[in-house]
Design a protein around this ligand. Structure first.
Ligand code: FMN
Length: 331
């Protein structure tokens, strides 16, 4: 059965979503994920205060492209009225939906009353969500965690109350705020939410999916409507096509060849330069190289070069070298 968000977003059977990731899920990265079969993507989270102040950095994060559809803009904040305004500003950028972040655990977000901190005040969370739902005709979705800490795992209640005021899908990361990223994600409460007969909206499971096997096993075990993948896609956007292929055929797709790794890395670099300009584009690409070439023996030396070179021509030469030298390696 097709998974739908609101009336118009049809994600097909068991969609795979790219998790919003600050400083990672920007347009260049989203481009390579889209090429590899992801079904829906989000921008990284955008500060409502930043949008209202018209800060250039926040504004730039609103950039979305036609080929990315369906795409959601994710916003966060602590003030209800600012979130309402941020939803209006975001809607003008033309996304397919607006997503609210109630999951971010980091101090300068959660300790300033935004992100996961709303898990400590469900009444405010409901009011904030309603303000966003009322501010736009677009579907509004939410991403959150199991609860604030072990003694307040309230996502079951959160799901019911947010559905009641009109959200159209809920993504749940199977950890509490207190856990940050530690331990293993626990999806059993996500299954409880999904099994709640009152819940009609799609429920997406998130946390720790890093292989085809796990995606298949957890799909079965936890009964979610789709899976959201974050860290495992960094430097490995092929995870989407591999999981998809397995679900469609029951067969395991071969991993990318070295030529493909180089090709996608190059595309990512090109898009990065196109969108950010040469200086920032080259600089911000540095964090990705090690991920694209994980498993290559003695990659360190190449990495040192890739993260210090200043010109795209020289970087491309190193990439050509890698391709040439490792063409027969199986990694
Ligand atoms: C570098 C990084 C940045 C993140 N930024 C965001 C964000 O902007 N918004 C959000 O909702 N979650 C953010 N997250 C959380 C992820 O969306 C996701 O919930 C988490 O990584 C667990 O999924 P995974 O195990 O598949 O990575 C971030 C995670 C990482 C690692």
């Amino acid at each position: 059965m097709s998974v739908k968000i609101g009336e118009n977003i049809d994600l097909g059977n068991f969609p795979l979503l790219l998790a919003p990731m600050e400083d990672v899920s920007d347009p260049p990265f989203r481009y390579v994920c889209k090429k590899n079969g992801v079904d829906m993507m989000y921008t990284e989270f955008i500060s409502s205060e930043g949008l209202i102040r018209d800060a250039a950095k926040s504004r730039q994060k609103l950039d979305i492209f036609e080929y990315e559809r369906p795409i959601g803009i994710q916003i966060f904040g602590s003030e209800i009225d600012h979130m309402r305004q941020a939803a209006e500003i975001s809607a003008q950028a033309g996304p397919d939906l607006i997503d609210i972040n109630y999951g971010c655990p980091v101090k300068n977000v959660a300790c300033r009353g935004a992100g996961a901190s709303l898990l400590q005040d469900i009444d405010k969370m409901v009011k904030m969500t309603k303000a966003v739902v009322d501010a736009t005709d677009l579907p509004v979705t939410v991403k959150t965690r199991l609860g604030w800490d072990d003694s307040t795992k309230n996502v079951y209640e959160v799901a019911e109350r947010l559905q009641d005021i009109g959200i159209k899908a809920l993504s749940i990361h199977g950890r509490t705020r207190a856990q940050m990223y530690k331990g293993e994600a626990d999806w059993s409460m996500i299954r409880d939410v999904k099994r709640n007969p009152r819940i009609q909206i799609p429920i997406f499971g998130n946390g720790d999916i890093d292989s085809v096997e796990k995606a298949a096993a957890w799909r079965q075990e936890y009964e979610v409507d789709g899976i959201m993948i974050g860290r495992a896609a960094i430097g490995y956007p092929w995870i989407f096509r591999e999981v998809k292929h397995f679900f469609e055929t029951g067969e395991r797709l071969e991993g990318p060849t070295i030529a493909e790794r180089v090709d996608v890395c190059r595309t990512h670099l090109t898009k990065s330069i196109e969108w950010k300009g040469p200086k920032t584009g080259i600089f911000e690409m540095r964090r990705h190289y090690a991920n694209y070439f994980k498993g290559i023996p003695n990659f360190k030396e190449y990495r040192m070069q890739l993260v210090s070179l200043q010109s795209v021509e020289e970087i491309n030469e190193v990439l050509a070298d890698i391709e040439h030298n490792f063409i027969s390696e199986v990694i």
